[in-house]
Design a protein around this ligand. Structure first.
Ligand code: UDP
Length: 314
């Protein structure tokens, strides 16, 4: 029998790519998504495959799905910093009640559970690069805390189901990810810079632009998630690119790749506790799963820009 996976958040940017990967691997897939940030367009494309089903549901309510399930994957949560102030209560409920309902589903079905955690569990890190045993520096009173603490809670709940109820779990701390299917208006730096460069608007660098991130191409990320989900490892594992770049350098790179003559403008930071440096230590995931990203930033940006060019036109 083919393995069957429930993917919460399967209509989103990472979710779409992950579901496509599962379908390639001959899985049956049930997408559960409330379309808060995922799109009907993504779902319709995935449903072309008759091994894929869609339940339009909010995981904040109990999730009931008939038939056997081998894997429950939790990719459901708005993850762009602009969402943190736009829908903070929804984010906290998705991380807490939503993760609980999916863990209950995994428990009752005897399924394995993959939790998408985040580099945000490290907050504005004082240790660089961030290893999985670093406990983080989250400002509990800051605007990012709804997501950071929500995801930290979700990790604890996931590990608790593992330790006390024997649910096999995998916890992936996903670092910055980019690629086709990002929403042009999601407010993230790659989306903003690409759309701005393509439409001749100034590229908006927040703060002094010296803050760093590492950007992983979405297909590399989903390869890592797939290997992790089908492994015996619990983690947590960082999954991300170790190639670090400042936002000023990223703006330059986007201009080079597009050939755009857009200016670069400085704007105030969106959140005062915007992490200054972020880079995953990837030794653990590399050793355990033999995984590392293979797509360099320029190549990945070309693919992403092709997607945005089409999205901007529509
Ligand atoms: N950023 C920027 N210009 C933008 C959007 C974001 O300079 O138009 C910066 C933001 O302040 C942060 C970095 O880019 O330092 C990454 O932001 P993003 O929202 O993509 O994700 P984060 O890593 O903060 O979750």
């Amino acid at each position: 029998m083919r393995p069957r996976a429930v993917v919460a958040g399967g209509a989103g940017f990472i979710g779409y790519t992950f579901v496509s990967r599962l379908l390639q691997e001959d899985f049956d897939v049930v997408i559960v998504d409330n379309l808060a940030t995922g799109t009907r367009h993504n779902v319709n494309e995935l449903l072309c495959e008759d091994r894929c089903e869609f339940y339009e549901r909010d995981i904040c309510e109990p999730v009931e799905i008939s038939g056997p399930i081998d894997y429950v994957v939790n990719l459901a949560c708005p993850a762009s910093p602009v969402d943190f102030s736009r829908i903070p209560v929804e984010i906290m409920r998705t991380c807490s009640e939503g993760t609980y309902h999916l863990l209950e589903l995994a428990l009752h079905k005897g399924a394995e559970f993959l939790q998408a955690s985040t580099s945000e569990v490290y907050g504005d890190p004082e240790v660089h690069p961030q290893r999985e045993d670093y406990t983080g520096n989250v400002n509990i009173s800051g605007p990012r805390a709804v997501y950071d603490e929500g995801k930290r809670y979700a990790e604890v709940l996931t590990l608790t189901y593992h330790r006390t109820l024997d649910v096999p779990v995998h916890i992936a701390r996903i670092f910055n990810t980019y690629g086709p299917r990002m929403r042009p208006d999601d407010g993230r730096v790659v989306s903003n810079f690409c759309v701005q460069a393509l439409t001749g608007q100034p590229l908006t660098v927040y703060g002094d632009g010296n803050q760093t991130r590492c950007f992983c191409y979405v297909e590399d990320l989903t390869e890592g998630l797939f290997r992790f989900m089908t492994s015996q490892y619990t983690g947590p594992f960082n999954i991300g690119s170790p190639e670090e770049i400042t936002m000023n350098e990223l703006a330059q790179r986007v201009l080079e790749v597009t050939g755009s003559s857009s200016a670069i403008e400085q704007r105030p930071l969106l959140h005062p506790d915007d992490p200054k440096r972020r880079r995953p230590a990837v030794e653990r995931v590399n050793e355990a799963l033999g995984w590392q990203p293979v797509t360099d930033l320029t190549t990945g940006l070309r693919q992403t820009l092709a997607w945005f060019a089409q999205a901007v036109e529509e």
